[in-house]
Ligand binder design. Structure first.
Ligand code: HEC
Length: 467
């Protein structure tokens, strides 16, 4: 027996056997918008990846019973386009993983809520989506256990520094992986975790915690030992040098978990990534204390290719800005020195992920072709630090040899930025959230045997990881 509401026809609470009832009204009035027929398919496509148990969203939106209490909030959030989170300017490019709602879907949800949010006939509902077990997005063939990170309840100044640890990958032979996902066990404290693969060295120390400590002032802002605000990164040993050039290809990849991230899935493009035999994995984690001590045990999941792929996927963790980057106090529209990367060979662009910190305002990726033509491939006009989103073009974008990826970004160090921790400070490039980053991460496809480090000409950027 299934309970359902049929406003105006049946008294509320009347129980009927669904299979014998046709949902169509007898007269010609348009069928009401219902949860089962109209709204659930939208939630399945655009919301449930986050709004289900074990994921980052605060409530599950799988069933009518779960959704009904949120109907008004859902209307507000979709009308204002705050949900689903998606920030690409629709004027430029189409994206394979675009989860934003089209206007017809928004209209459907609004009509449904305005019509009393009826369930409709459960027999109209699409089949429930079978999500992979244990909160995975992919169905991993191999799972590598990461280190345990103990996250204190109340650390000094309520700040937990970046922590890094190396673990063995366990891959005894070189392996092409076709998708990769990093899954923290405790989402409530995980700000982000990045992993890079590195060749095994005999003297590596596994499971040793390394803190990247910075002395701080009363507000938790990094300071020098003399109590001054930290100098610009160009003045720090090894930091921010614009011509540090292309780092060594680490082999096997660079991947981050950030809230709401979609797994890296190279199968979309028939590509894969090579994890070198006996590689080690460096975990770099940033946690936010929650007032309760917890232990996070991140896992890395992979699917494995049966045959070597035609194409290799390379992701670049890259940062620019350089030594002249300095946002003056109260500047609400600071333009970063541009970042420009020239390609030494033909590649296909498959992924972009703008990364800045709390003062990040907008970022635009241009392709400048050898003939001078300039094409915007991604524009994020309202960057939101709370959402680190990967944008995957619908079809791969060819970047010919000699073309440049040129990226511009603005920052708001004014009081109109409600996330600004301190508008009276000059802000330089740095890893902590009160410092800034100008990091247009991206991913490309190249023929299988091309080296990550050989693809980019030296330029005004630093490669934090490329493979
Ligand atoms: C990428 C993950 C993600 C997707 C996709 C997503 N949400 Fe959310 N949603 C969140 C998170 C995280 C929050 C809580 C933080 C916030 O409000 O930003 C949230 C908050 C909300 C809230 C506010 C809850 C409250 O406490 O007031 C509503 C309503 C909502 N989402 C509806 C939707 C709907 C409807 C969709 C699909 C059309 C959707 N969301 C898609 C992650 C997501």
């Amino acid at each position: 027996m299934t309970r359902y509401r049929w406003a105006g026809v049946l008294a509320a609470g009347t129980a009927i056997v669904v299979a014998t009832i046709s949902p169509k009204a007898a007269d010609d009035t348009p069928a009401p918008v219902t949860f089962a027929k109209d709204v659930l398919p939208i939630l399945q496509r655009n919301c449930q990846s986050c709004h289900r148990p074990g994921q980052i969203a605060p409530m599950s939106l799988l069933s009518y019973e779960e959704v009904r209490p949120w109907a008004r909030a859902i209307k507000t959030k979709v009308e204002s386009r705050q949900m689903p989170p998606w920030f690409a300017d629709p004027q430029y490019g189409r994206f394979a993983n675009d989860r934003s709602l089209g206007q017809p879907d928004i209209d459907t949800i609004v009509k449904w809520v305005d019509g009393g949010a009826p369930q409709g006939n459960p027999a109209d509902a699409p089949q429930a989506i079978e999500w992979p077990a244990d909160g995975w997005q992919i169905k991993p063939d191999i799972i590598v256990r990461g280190p345990e990170f103990r996250v204190p309840a109340h650390p000094p100044k309520n700040v937990i520094e970046w922590t890094t640890m190396v673990v063995p990958s366990g891959f005894t032979k070189a392996t092409w992986v076709t998708s990769m996902e990093l899954k923290p066990s405790d989402l409530s404290v995980t700000h982000h975790i990045c992993i890079t693969f590195r060749p095994h060295t005999p003297n590596v120390k596994y499971y040793v915690m390394n803190w990247q400590e910075s002395p701080r002032d009363a507000e938790g802002v990094a300071i020098t030992e003399e109590g001054q605000q930290a100098p610009p990164p160009s003045a720090r040993p090894g930091g921010g040098s614009p011509n540090a050039g292309v780092g060594p290809g680490t082999g096997g990849g660079f991947f981050c978990y950030v809230p709401g991230v979609q797994a890296d899935d190279y199968r979309l493009y028939g590509a894969a990534k090579l994890i070198p035999a006996n590689a080690d994995i460096t975990f770099a984690a940033h946690y936010t204390p929650s007032g309760k001590e917890v232990v996070d045990r991140p896992l890395v999941g992979f699917t494995v290719a049966e045959t070597p792929p035609q194409k290799q996927w390379i992701s670049y963790g890259i940062s620019g800005g350089g030594p002249t980057f300095a946002i003056p106090p109260n500047d609400s529209n600071y333009l970063s020195p541009p970042m420009e990367m020239e390609f030494t060979t033909d590649v296909d662009l498959v992924q972009m992920m703008p990364h800045m910190h709390l003062r990040g305002k907008d970022m635009t990726y241009h392709l400048v072709y050898p003939d001078g033509r300039d094409e915007i491939v991604l524009n994020v006009p309202k960057y939101d630090f709370n959402w680190q989103i990967v944008y995957r073009p619908q079809t791969t974008i060819r970047i010919p040899k000699g073309a440049k990826l040129h990226v511009d970004a603005h920052y708001n160090n004014g009081t109109s930025n409600k996330f600004n921790p301190n508008p009276n400070q000059t802000v330089y490039i740095g890893r902590m959230t009160w410092e800034e980053m100008m990091a247009p991460f991206f991913g490309i496809l190249v023929p299988r045997d091309v080296e990550a480090a050989s693809v980019l000409k030296r330029g005004n950027f630093v490669l934090d990881g490329g493979a």
